[in-house]
Ligand binder design. Sequence first.
Ligand SMILES: C[S@@+](CC[C@H](N)C(=O)[O-])C[C@H]1O[C@@H](n2cnc3c(N)ncnc32)[C@H](O)[C@@H]1O
Length: 314
Amino acid sequence: MENSGESQRPHLPVLYQEIIQAIQPGRKKRYVDLTLGAGGHSWGLLDASRPDGELLGLDVDPIALALAQSRLTEFGKQASTVLASYTRLSHQLSNKGWETVDGIVIDLGASSMQFDSADRGFSFREDGPLDMRFDPSSHLTAGDIVNNWDQDEIADVIFKFGEERRSRRIAAAIVKNRPFESTKELADLISKTQKGPNKSRLHPATLTFQALRIAVNGELDAIEQVLPQALEALAPGGRFAVISFHSLEDRIVKHFFRSHSRDQHDESLPFSPVIRKASIKLINRKPILPSAAEVNKNPRARSAKLRVIEKIVA
Ligand SMILES: C[S@@+](CC[C@H](N)C(=O)[O-])C[C@H]1O[C@@H](n2cnc3c(N)ncnc32)[C@H](O)[C@@H]1O
């Protein structure tokens, strides 16, 4: 492996070393990065599989895609990037003519770049439009939800995707005070619904903003859709690494991995025959967490959890 030097390497993404260790990149292998973002994990996979490892990277955000593309130019044809949702993984692989791959990475949620761009509307700390779309060509925005949906629908979104105990109170206040144009207006209103001092370390708008973002982008459905496609795409011995940032995401991943790591039986029949053989093994039973040093450098890493599986021959 040739070392191209620190200066070429983009800003380190969350759990960078852990991802490289999990995937164990090697020469002539094929990888997929389902969430390119700024291309940090992709860069690491390609760097560790020089000179002939190949990577396909996807993102729905054209700004992220352009940045990742420029960061990966040094790898030439080894890197290809496509503006596409990871929910279309199987289709993208057949377009590329790849039947199986040796490693897949998904790093869920919004990137720092997206959080820090006020005009994308992801952050309650910056003032911007109520947008929150990863894919700017999609139709639903956070503004559509808070300004047009029924109070009960808004409350359900905040409860289901934010696990926010104050969902009903917040939804009532939203409906009473709408329309909203900006993230700051909405965040200030949510802060006002808080009775007494804020005892949590979170800003009072954190869970509502998380919920709106998940709803706008259909994030949990997208995760459910991609997991089986990823298992299908892996070659025996191939690894799949998933970084999640909150319990709703992690729960889906944990249950899916657990269920596919065991033989499934039909308990309704005599002798409960096996109806699906285990197809993966868990590389880590407990999720891998960022080190204290990483969280210190990058506080956004604090809630990251990494789960890794390996495909076995069923
Ligand atoms: C946390 S960032 C990834 C950061 C990346 N690992 C890096 O090294 O910079 C998540 C990325 O996933 C993208 N994304 C979100 N939903 C997606 C989807 N359904 N398909 C493809 N990309 C998606 C976002 O636009 C964002 O750029």
